[in-house]
Design a protein around this ligand. Structure first.
Ligand code: PNS
Length: 168
């Protein structure tokens, strides 16, 4: 069998335990896995790209075949530039499917040699997203079981949670 190098792209703002679960699964089936953070996204990120890269590098250091990088421009061009053959994406629930299918098919139209591989994270992470982590943290909820410790620490340094005020 050919050795397959895959790219796992995303915003990772911030990294969650769901992303990590997928990275671990990907590291087991691909020869090499590059976690690639998108630069210049239209979204206004909470964490700078360097911070996101650092958190990912810390959290993935235990897997020797996982590397962290950043990219800009078209994903398929980055895949070719990296001499990779596949894109890894996670599907948590049916609601992810339509968006992911659209992206995978558009990427195939742009470059038919790039395959997208979907993997499912553990059920425990099926409702987890970076957006919800940020919202829960801002509103004073616990994210301890949702993100790795270094991410929780950086959230504490960056965001001052809003304390609920009881109505009289
Ligand atoms: O974690 P996200 O934000 O859902 O990741 C989206 C990402 C980075 C995979 C997607 O926006 C992307 O690949 N952007 C790069 C630009 C590109 O290639 N666009 C065409 C995709 S069909």
């Amino acid at each position: 069998m050919k050795e397959i190098k895959a790219i796992y792209p995303g915003s990772f703002d911030p990294l969650t335990n769901g992303h990590l679960d997928l990275i671990e699964r990907g590291s087991k089936i691909f020869h090499e896995l590059v976690v690639a953070i998108l630069r210049n996204s239209e979204k206004q990120p909470l964490f700078e790209i360097e911070e996101r890269q650092k958190m990912l590098m810390e959290a993935t250091a235990r897997w020797p075949n996982v590397r962290v990088d950043t990219f800009s421009g078209l994903l398929v061009d980055y895949v070719v530039q990296q001499n990779a053959q596949a894109v890894l994406r996670g599907i948590r629930a049916i609601s992810d499917y339509e968006y992911e299918l659209q992206m995978a098919l558009m990427n195939r139209k742009l470059n038919a040699s790039v395959e997208t591989v979907f993997m499912m994270p553990a059920e425990a992470y099926s409702y987890l997203s970076s957006r919800l982590v940020k919202e829960i943290f801002r509103l004073g909820g616990s994210v301890r079981e949702l993100v790795p410790p270094q991410v929780e620490k950086r959230l504490h340094n960056k965001v001052r949670p809003i304390k609920a005020v009881a109505k009289r």
